[in-house]
Design a protein around this ligand. Structure first.
Ligand SMILES: *[C@@H]1O[C@H](CO)[C@@H](O)[C@H](O)[C@H]1NC(C)=O
Length: 306
């Protein structure tokens, strides 16, 4: 058989007017994602008091967010201007690879951050001995390694599938769940492998996060009321991000055998809305980060004075 050279993307919507609206909307959103997350990275790097595991991981989450928003969104924005949207076979495989590296890395980092909060809130006296910058580096590097290994294992059984003809992808990027169905073979086994690989990874980390939140909430019940209020507001933030990120992933990957038309709309939540939520929720509401940003601004303005 001869392998298809390119895939046709149907995009988010076929309506012309809607595409112009999306073009403007996603353009603004993408710029906001990049600037918001860069601001967080810059603030954490430049402020020595923020060189703690929690903020180091937060700024690494921002790095992942920028990548997560970049592997498909700029192409989608560019495609809004074109009637006929295509992507080469290699580009398609690259998108699948990058999606799983970044999403897998982000899941692992969210679990690492929840672990850090669990130790800080539930074992405050042992925090300094359990968590330190060295261990934090290990957790960050570990998240990337797991993301890459997960993605490689996923791609290993995808690139060699026979893609011989059907090449219409009803989405704005190459999502594995859609692409796998285009193979000219019985896709039952690849789909089960995908379910085991991606579905299990998403579900496991989601459950780990839920358990850590429950344990934290139960622990703070016995603490002072300010402790409860603080933990509640942190947890509400975490849970919002986690639900918006994992909800769509689990919905799309845990039921891979049937494709729902809402799948591509749900993907927007994981790849566009989560990356913008992180700067808003985790950081801009956070006192320490806000005061660090003020200091940064002050330093910048002073350096501009004659
Ligand atoms: C990301 O994590 C690594 C390892 O802990 C750390 O050295 C680096 O400074 C972090 N990146 C940012 C932007 O904070």
């Amino acid at each position: 058989y001869s392998r298809v050279a390119e895939f046709v993307l149907l995009g988010l919507s076929s309506s012309r007017e809607l595409q112009y609206f999306f073009l403007v909307f996603f353009n603004f959103l993408y710029i906001a994602i990049v600037l918001g997350n860069l601001l967080i990275i810059l603030t954490v790097i430049s402020e020595p008091t923020l060189h703690t595991p929690m903020y180091i991981m937060l700024s690494n989450l921002s790095i992942l967010d920028v990548f997560l928003a970049t592997y498909a969104t700029p192409k989608m924005i560019h495609d809004f201007l074109h009637e006929h949207k295509t992507i080469s076979f290699e580009g398609c495989m690259a998108q699948i690879f990058l999606l799983h590296v970044f999403a897998g890395g982000e899941m692992m980092l969210l679990v690492a951050m929840a672990y850090d909060r669990y130790v800080a809130i539930c074992k405050p006296l042992h925090y300094a001995t359990i968590m330190n910058l060295c261990k934090c580096t290990g957790l960050v590097v570990g998240s990337w390694v797991i993301g890459v290994m997960h993605s490689l294992s996923q791609l290993a059984f995808t690139v060699n599938l026979p893609f011989c003809g059907p090449n219409v992808v009803d989405s704005y990027y190459c999502d594995l769940t859609v692409v796998i169905k285009l193979a000219c073979t019985d896709t039952y086994v690849p789909e089960v492998l995908m379910l085991l690989d991606s579905g299990l990874m998403g579900l496991t980390s989601f459950l780990l996060l839920l358990i850590s939140y429950v344990v934290i909430l139960v622990t703070v019940q016995h603490q002072s009321s300010t402790g409860i209020a603080k933990a509640r507001s942190t947890l509400t933030a975490h849970i919002t991000v986690v639900t918006l990120f994992f909800g769509p992933c689990i919905f799309i990957y845990a039921w891979p055998f049937s494709n729902f038309p809402v799948d591509k709309v749900l993907s927007v939540f994981s790849t566009v809305f989560t990356p913008i939520l992180n700067p808003i929720i985790y950081t801009l509401r956070n006192k320490e980060v806000k005061s660090a940003m003020h200091k940064l601004k002050g330093r910048y303005l002073r350096s501009r004075l004659p």
